[in-house]
Design a protein around this ligand. Structure first.
Ligand code: C2E
Ligand code: CA
Ligand code: CA
Length: 677
């Protein structure tokens, strides 16, 4: 409420004498007045003592000594009380009460001292009387100054002291005294004006200070809220990436071995993407919210989770970061996220993999630790989905090896060092090789022979895969031009190839330039490659189909195994991963899985190819399940391009004998090898 000056006609006397409505103003008044209290009473006591000194011989003792002493004692008592309460933080109500009692006391002291002065006035000579007049006027001016912040008390004091004294002098008919009275009234009026102006400014100042403080508090609240929002993931309500890394930096500044332990985890949801694609982004959001809730409510002390990316979460572990405890916490987190998600009438299931890097063994900086945790995560994803991997010296060696491979690959002469081997794909029902799968081989002059799984992963990480694919495809098709025209060739495309329209243009150009009829070519793509970017994957597959080539879904069962992809994408064949075949003879569950995939292929009109067939028992088991197209060491290991034609010649031998003699097959790879073309 704006402050209105007190001399406006609308202002009532009552409002002047009431305590101010604003608690801040009352508190400021109280604090300012507290500082003046000793001065006020010191002034009263000293001036009174001076009057006692000039009158104790001329006036009766009760009036000249006892009464002023009693008044001064009361003053000292008041000062003592104020001094005692000086540094106490009082509630608003107590302050209001004290201000009111100060007003009453000012009136009482004013009346008492004025009465004393008037009673004393008749005693003594003209000098003594002048002293009393001087005492009254000068003391009241001093008191009013001290009461500057207490407008009501100051005005009351002015009225109580000045009015009777001026009246007393005016009625004396003594010209000097009348002049003094007029002077006194005039000074009192001037002082009142000054007092009111000062008080108004004081009140305004307090009010603007209050507004400033309110604004400041609001600004602080807003900036705290902004800070909170800037550090919060709006979907999951977990801390966000920025907060995660600033917390990590903070912990790294304070954490030093062997002080409280610290480990950084990266958690990734397995199978989130296909769920998101299948049920829509709204469902994906609900699912992420639920993941956030589950992570936040895990009763695991020393663990905080943040959302650092789409379906990626960062976890900070503190305290005991022993391997055993981290594995225990990791298992608890993964188990919590593996529980079914029943949201919006849909029940979805997914697992989570966690990679952990422990400070300081795995790294000393936030970047090192999160990179190592990422590495451990990819290890967890590849080796134990839905589980936890802790970055170890083994991973360190792998990283070093991968860096060596990267360097070697960057310097490699692909034409000379990279070659293509071919592994037969056999149709047991027609008893013949129907295709050869082209498999990359690299022999580095410095590093020796490197497994394709290793160097292709490195090539995928870098841009090298795109040019590598072109060289491999050209070499593979060159070999295929020498084969009988009915023999097909299977060629693996990497995820990067599938996701890059330029790469696919290059593939198509190479096919057209090779002279091999496109319908003889079967491009193998993995589910992981398709899922990374479904729309560009669909374009790629369509482009390959338009060319006349076939497309196979490779390594089926190891990725998301989302049948919706098989259904929605233009795929001709499905290759069942060899991990399902290893136990097919002894494990009914493995057999059931393969059977369901074979049945799925039949229903969708797809050819089913089973990989990794190593024994005749496996061949027979697969035949029993209704699958006849197979690939594996049992039929032939990958061979150099120059040996392929010879393999055709041997094919007849293989056809007739492979089913007859199971005893030769199971354990000895050299014997198996001797059976291959
Ligand atoms: P893949 O496409 O699943 O190829 C089959 C892999 O299984 C080959 O490994 C092959 O040697 C192996 N294999 C075949 N039969 C058996 C068997 O009976 N038992 C066992 N234990 N293994 C068998 P390889 O040649 O080491 O290739 C590994 C992976 O590297 C391939 O898996 C493929 O994903 C990738 N790859 C190979 N060549 C290329 C290529 O030219 N381009 C791309 N993008 N990837 C390639
Ligand atoms: Ca393949
Ligand atoms: Ca495969």
């Amino acid at each position: 409420m704006p402050y209105r000056p007190m001399w406006l006609p609308a202002q009532t006397v009552r409002s002047i004498f009431n305590a101010p409505a604003s608690a801040e103003l009352r508190r400021s008044q109280y604090e300012a007045f507290s500082r003046q209290i000793p001065l006020l009473y010191a002034l009263l006591i000293v001036n009174t003592a001076a009057v006692v000194f000039t009158h104790f011989r001329v006036a009766p003792h009760w009036l000249a000594i006892y009464l002023p002493c009693a008044l001064c004692a009361a003053c000292i008592g008041r000062v003592a009380l104020w001094l005692r309460a000086r540094n106490v933080d009082l509630p608003d109500a107590v302050i209001a009460r004290r201000l009111q009692s100060t007003l009453r006391l000012s009136a009482m002291f004013g009346v008492a001292f004025t009465a004393w002065g008037l009673l004393l006035y008749p005693y003594g000579d003209a000098y003594a009387r002048c002293h009393v007049a001087f005492y009254m006027s000068i003391t009241v001016i001093g008191c009013i100054f001290c009461l500057m912040h207490m407008r009501a008390a100051a005005l009351l004091m002015t009225c109580i002291v000045v009015a009777p004294f001026a009246l007393f002098f005016l009625m004396s008919r003594n010209v000097v005294l009348v002049a003094i009275a007029i002077n006194m009234v005039f000074v009192a009026v001037v002082m009142t004006v000054i007092l009111l102006t000062y008080y108004r400014d004081f009140a305004n100042l307090v009010e603007s200070q209050r507004k400033l403080l309110t604004k400041q508090a609001e600004t602080e609240r807003l900036s705290a809220e902004n800070f909170r929002l800037a550090n919060l993931d709006s979907l999951t309500q977990l801390p966000n990436r920025r907060r995660f890394f600033s917390d990590l930096d903070g912990l790294l500044l304070t954490t030093g071995a062997p002080k409280p332990g610290l480990a950084v985890g990266v958690l990734d949801l397995d199978g989130f993407k296909p769920i998101n694609d299948l049920y829509g982004h709204h469902f994906g959001d609900l699912l992420l919210e639920e993941v956030g809730r589950r992570l936040a409510s895990l009763p695991l002390p020393g663990m905080t989770a943040a959302r650092v990316g789409g379906d990626e979460f960062g976890v900070l572990f503190s305290g005991d970061v022993s391997q055993a405890r981290l594995l225990h916490l990791g298992a608890a987190i993964c188990a919590a996220l593996q529980r079914p998600y029943e949201l919006a009438d849909v029940t979805a299931r997914l697992s989570a993999s966690l990679g952990v890097a422990v400070f300081p063994d795995a790294g000393k900086t936030a970047v090192e630790l999160s990179e190592r945790a990422d590495y451990a995560l990819s290890f967890a994803k590849n080796h134990r989905r839905g589980g936890t991997a802790i970055f170890s010296s083994e991973h360190e060696t792998q990283i070093r090896r991968s860096n060596e491979i990267e360097q070697g690959l960057k310097l490699a002469d692909f034409e000379r060092e990279i070659s293509v081997f071919f592994q037969p794909i056999f149709d047991v029902s027609s008893k013949g090789i129907v295709a050869f799968e082209a498999l990359a081989r690299w022999t580095s002059p410095t590093l020796g022979t490197i497994s394709p799984a290793d160097f292709l992963a490195v090539a995928e990480r870098t841009d090298l895969i795109l040019s590598l694919t072109q060289v491999l495809l050209r070499k593979a098709l060159e070999a295929a031009t020498t084969w009988p025209p009915q023999m097909r060739i299977a060629f693996n495309l990497s995820a990067r190839d599938v996701g890059s329209p330029e790469a696919i243009d290059g593939v198509i150009r190479t096919v057209l330039a090779s002279g091999v009829a496109p319908h003889r070519i079967n491009f193998e793509v993995t589910e992981t490659a398709l899922i990374q970017n479904v729309s560009s994957a669909r374009e790629t597959l369509n482009a390959l189909k338009n060319l006349g080539a076939e497309v196979s879904l490779d390594d089926f069962g190891t990725g998301y195994s989302s049948l919706s992809y098989v259904h929605r994408l233009p795929i001709d064949k499905l290759k069942v991963d060899r991990s399902f075949i290893a136990d097919i003879v002894d494990d009914p569950a493995a057999r059931a899985v393969v059977k369901s995939i074979i049945d799925l292929c039949k229903n969708l009109g797809l050819t089913c190819v089973v990989e990794g067939v190593e024994t005749a028992s496996q061949v027979n088991a697969l035949l029993g399940l209704g699958c006849s197209v197979m690939q594996g060491y049992f039929f032939g290991r990958p061979i150099a391009g120059t040996d392929v034609l010879e393999a055709f010649v041997m094919n007849g031998f293989l056809n007739e004998t492979f089913l007859a003699d199971e005893s030769q097959t199971d354990s000895d790879p050299r014997r198996k090898r001797s059976r291959t073309p």
